[in-house]
Write a protein that binds this ligand. Structure first.
Ligand code: F3S
Length: 81
C-alpha cells in the first residue's frame, strides 16, 4: 500500500505532478500541489492502479515535495488543500 502527501512548504508550483498523475494531484489557487485523494492528509491508500503514476510524479518532482509512505501519514499539521 502507498500513501502520499505534498509538502506545500517546499512545493514550487512547478506543475509536474498534476500533469503526471492528474488523478492524484491538483493545485490550489497559488499553484501549490496537494493530494486530492484525501485533502492532502495522506491517510487514504493510493489505488493500486495509480501507483505507477505516483512513482513517476515522485521521481519527477524537482523539489522532492511529494512524500511517499507505506503507512498512513499521521502528522495532523500537514496543511489541507
Ligand atoms: Fe510542487 Fe513538485 Fe508538484 S514542486 S507542483 S509538488 S511536482
Amino acid at each position: 500500500a502507498k500513501y502520499t502527501v505534498v509538502d506545500k512548504e517546499t512545493c514550487i508550483a512547478c506543475g509536474a505532478c498534476g500533469a503526471t498523475a492528474p488523478e492524484i494531484f491538483d493545485y490550489n489557487d497559488e499553484g501549490i500541489a496537494f493530494s486530492i485523494l484525501d485533502g492532502n492528509t495522506g491517510i487514504t491508500e493510493v489505488p493500486e492502479e495509480l501507483e505507477e503514476d505516483l512513482e513517476d510524479a515522485f521521481d519527477g518532482c524537482p523539489t522532492d515535495s511529494i512524500k511517499l509512505a507505506t503507512e498512513p501519514f499521521t502528522n495532523k499539521s500537514v496543511p489541507v488543500g
